[in-house]
Design a protein around this ligand. Sequence first.
Ligand SMILES: [Zn+2]
Length: 341
Amino acid sequence: MQIACSYFGNRIPRHVGSDMERLRALGFDRVVHTFCENDLRYYRRTMGEIVRISEDCGLEVLLDPWGVAGVFGGEAFSQWLVEDEELAQRGPSRRRLAGACLNHPRLLPLLRQWTEAAAEAGARTLFWDEPHWSHRGPGNPEGEICVCEYCRARLPGLPDVPPEAIASMRAEAVARLLAALAAGALELGMRSSICVLPDGVAEQPALDWNEIARLPGVVEFGTDPYWQAFGISDPAARDRFIDAQASAALEACRSAGVACMLWLQAFRVTAEGEEDLFAGSRRLLAHGPDTAAVWGFEACAHMSAIACERPAVVWRRLLELLRPEGPGAHGASAGRPSCGP
Ligand SMILES: [Zn+2]
């Protein structure tokens, strides 16, 4: 099993270098670097340096459109939503919702710009993380759904149509977007890894995981069953949730012939929630994903809004689960890699 970790919040190459060296020494094989709109605008060349440094450390790099256009997961703002006010989803109350409409024709060309920048930065694999529709939250207090002209063109009568029709129109939009993104990446010589939200959370439509895992250009598929983040506290419900999501993801991957990546939560874990986290994480790992990934680096100690209460404990104990035999067995510590700017 390979292990991966997400990394964000630092754009100073020499510091990134020492962290990447550390990840490699701990036995990590892969790193997901976030690449948000702010990076696209202000750190474009720096991102190339970060990719190169990480690869020099022996890590496989995936670039993640973190929070881009409010369509992907991530604690990052979208300037595109500010500059093009028609891009946002529009609720029945006429309120602009915090995310581009997945049916808006200008979304794909913007994401194409991101894809080209990722290629320029030297990415070989793109990580399309949690593509989603706006759901209840600060940017959408009433949990409204988009009824913009493009959504209504896809589903006349919106929102006064059966909920199943709405769900299927919205699911198709996610699948269509992912197909276009993976095809666009492939055209530029890059592979795609897709992570979808677990089935049944965040008011999202049910996606066809088999269809998505099979999209041309997709080499890896998975999900992030963060039961704590999704408010599941009962241990039996936790185990059912983990088993259902992990086995559905693995099945989709096996049938599509792609690798499976499953994520473990290492953010916003309270001290009280630690034992539950480790018990559930053990259960998830027992499903045998090809890659087990941790969100994020050092249990997010550096990012106050999502840091674990005791990040050092969470990080150490998750590593013991991920590399029970220690990092040396995987060759990571054999001969310190020479990397860094
Ligand atoms: Zn719309």
